[in-house]
Design a protein around this ligand. Structure first.
Ligand SMILES: [Zn+2]
Length: 173
């Protein structure tokens, strides 16, 4: 396993619609391992393939908080929200591609998600609470959508400018 570097917004690779997985290869399985390691290392609770520059419908997540039970690393290939509740919930969201910026985002409180695991087995499960928010945030990435896209334009531009500045500073090292 190896750590991958995480793209920082704005980056055209974060705005693309990703390609579905048709063949679950060892290469994709090892990519999902790398993504989980990169996510835990960050640390974060979710990561989508486009965030490491891979244009594939693959997300990883683990929303078990430290000290609240065993880790539950999930790798989802071709994840899809098949049903969502009318009831909404609001969480303060962040994103590893938009470091240190947070905003309250409203989403369906419960979602039913269908996906393929690393062996190609299909799963469907209902998620609520933080898991529901996280899985929707990550699936959005596969469609080129960032959480700041739900904010008013002015706020979004402000965050984008901060990220441009951050990238310039990092490039200068
Ligand atoms: Zn994100």
């Amino acid at each position: 396993m190896s750590l991958r570097s995480i793209l920082i917004h704005p980056d055209p690779r974060l705005k693309k619609v990703c390609e579905p997985v048709s063949d679950l290869s060892d290469e994709l399985r090892s990519l999902s391992d790398d993504m989980l390691q990169t996510m835990y290392d960050a640390p974060g609770i979710g990561l989508a393939a486009p965030q490491i520059g891979v244009n594939t419908r693959l997300i990883v997540l683990d929303c078990v908080r430290e000290g609240e039970g065993d880790a539950r690393p999930l790798a989802m290939f071709n994840p899809e929200v098949v049903a969502s509740s009318d009831e909404k919930s609001t969480y303060e969201e962040g994103c590893l591609s938009i470091p240190e910026q947070y905003a309250e985002i409203e989403r369906p409180a419960e979602v039913s998600v269908r996906w393929l695991d690393r062996d190609g087995t299909e799963h469907q499960e209902d998620f609520d609470g933080l898991w529901a928010t996280c899985v929707q945030h990550e699936i959005d990435h596969l469609n080129g959508i960032l959480f700041i896209d739900y904010l008013k334009p002015l706020r979004r531009q402000m965050i984008t400018r901060k990220m441009q500045k951050l990238k310039r500073e990092r490039a200068r090292g």
